[in-house]
Design a binder for this molecule. Sequence first.
Ligand SMILES: [Zn+2]
Length: 146
Amino acid sequence: MRTNELKITNSLETVKTGINNDANSSKLQTYKRINPTLAVHEVYHPRSNIMIPDYKRSALTKLRTSSHSLNIERGRWARVDADMRFCRCKKNKIENEEHVILECELTRDLRRKYEVVGYTSLNEFFAIHPLEDVVNYTYEVMKVFV
Ligand SMILES: [Zn+2]
C-alpha cells in the first residue's frame, strides 16, 4: 500500500471511529441510518465506469450528509423541535431524508419514473437500486425541496 493510500485509510478509520463514538449527534445518527457500515458508496468509487456529473454527485452527497434544505435541517437552524419539522406535502410527516426519498407525495411521480418501489430504508435504496437511477432520482428529489 502506498503512503498516500495508507494515510487516507487511516483518516477514514479515524472518521469512522468518531462517528461510532458520538451517539449524541442526530446528524451522525442520520448518517448511520443511511450508511450503517460507514462504507464508501459506489458513486465515489474511482473504478465506477458510469460517468456521473459532479453536480448530481453533489446532490447525493448533500442528502447523505444532511447538508440540504429539508425541514429536518431548516428546523434545526430555526430551533424547531424535531417532531415539528413537517413536510411541505402537508401529510403530517417529518420532512427528512427517508420521507422525501421513500414516501412523500411530492416525489411520487419521480419514484414512478425511476421505479423506486418497495424499499424500507435509505440504506437499502442506496445499496440495491441501480447507481445511475439513485443519482438521477436523488438529484431530482433535491430540486423539489430547495
Ligand atoms: Zn412529504
